[in-house]
Design a protein around this ligand. Structure first.
Ligand code: SAM
Length: 338
């Protein structure tokens, strides 16, 4: 690794609560080819192209952030694969000194076309979001067809050499219960690591309420009725929000990300960069730090690093879902970058 630039924070990006930040989630677009009910509105107007950071701008921010201690980057959106030539961005980011891994989270619709190019560019890991494997349920949740494409995309990703692909499924009371077992059967059959994520108050239509959160414990109970008793697995990576359990027949793992019932804020090591160039210190942050203005108005690398450090210094102890005075962020998940 090259030495740190002169402006670098000597101890890394450590906040008031001692949390060290090494992971940057970068949204490359707010556009998406699905309209999932828990994330997007049915109809929307996306940001004009010129408001999105260019690949050059993203690469510059990542280079500065790496100097401050960021080590891993995950590309997200919106749907990252709808951003043209995403592999080109990956190719640039893997070369940034200090960056050890570039990963992506995708809905998988365009994976069949792009998996090989992304792998060749150096993309290390893929998370694919998939909530249901019954076509009518997929369409009800995503408000668009596409299940066959996603399944084909998953197989293409495998062939392209992606290993340990994770499947992320949002679980919503009243919508997901019937999907859990078929989805688990599919993932077990295909050897895919399935993880359930609790529904968070980040949906554009503001339909979230506490009663609609199907907790990880409730999902686990459904799985145990179908498959037998799951065994908890000690957490290997402390930064990892998922708690893994082992299928009773030892065939692999199923994970639970429970931000509502078991917040993991005390272990959070993430920062975010929105597609329109704002740093955020939390999905639920109500403040943003405008890095696009710095990039476009002649700001120095030191000024970008200072914005990142300020963003970290202002991070709250916890997201506060369920606490008195909790305020939903003004932006929905697809506008922040999940
Ligand atoms: N389009 C890509 C995808 O589908 O993975 C990347 C962006 S998407 C916003 C990232 C993740 O956020 C997906 O796994 C999605 O299911 C999850 N997500 C979106 N809205 C959510 C919500 N309200 N609560 C929990 N997870 C949510």
């Amino acid at each position: 690794m090259t030495s740190l630039p002169p402006h670098a924070a000597p101890g890394g990006l450590v906040d008031r609560f001692g949390r060290r930040h090494t992971d940057l989630r970068i949204s490359v677009t707010d556009r998406c080819n699905l309209r999932c009910t828990y994330c997007m509105p049915a109809e929307t107007i996306f940001r004009p192209r010129e408001e999105l950071l260019s690949f050059e701008e993203i690469a510059r921010v990542v280079a500065v952030a790496a100097g401050e201690g960021i080590r891993t980057v995950r590309l997200t959106g919106g749907e990252p694969l709808v951003r043209r030539d995403l592999d080109e961005l990956v190719r640039r980011l893997v070369k940034v000194p200090g960056i050890e891994e570039v990963a992506a989270t995708t809905n998988g619709l365009l994976l069949a076309e792009q998996a090989e190019r992304l792998a060749a560019a150096g993309l290390a890991r893929l998370n694919v979001s998939l909530d249901a494997v019954r076509p009518e349920a997929f369409e009800r949740l995503a408000r668009r067809p596409g299940l066959e494409q996603v399944l084909a995309g998953l197989m293409a990703a495998r062939r392209a050499g992606f290993e340990a692909i994770r499947i992320n499924a949002v679980s919503i009371r009243g919508l997901s219960e019937r999907e859990i077992v078929p989805l688990a059967e599919y993932c077990r059959r295909e050897g895919l690591h399935l993880r359930f994520i609790e529904f968070m108050p980040l949906d554009a239509e503001a339909a979230w309420d506490d009663a609609r959160v199907l907790t990880g414990a409730a999902v686990r109970a459904i799985l145990e009725r179908a498959f037998g008793r799951l065994e908890p697995v000690p957490r290997a990576d402390p930064g990892q929000p998922a708690v893994d359990w082992r299928w009773p027949d030892g065939t692999g793992l199923v994970g639970f990300i429970d931000p509502v019932s078991h917040p993991f804020c005390e272990r959070c090591d993430r920062l975010r960069l929105t597609a329109d160039g704002q740093f955020r210190n939390c999905l639920f942050s109500t403040t943003e730090w405008d890095v696009r203005r710095l990039l476009r108005e002649g700001g120095t690398d030191e000024a970008i690093a200072a914005a990142l450090r300020e963003c970290v210094a202002a991070k709250r102890a916890a997201h506060g879902i369920g606490a008195a005075g909790f305020e939903r962020p003004a932006r929905a998940m697809y506008q922040i970058g999940g």
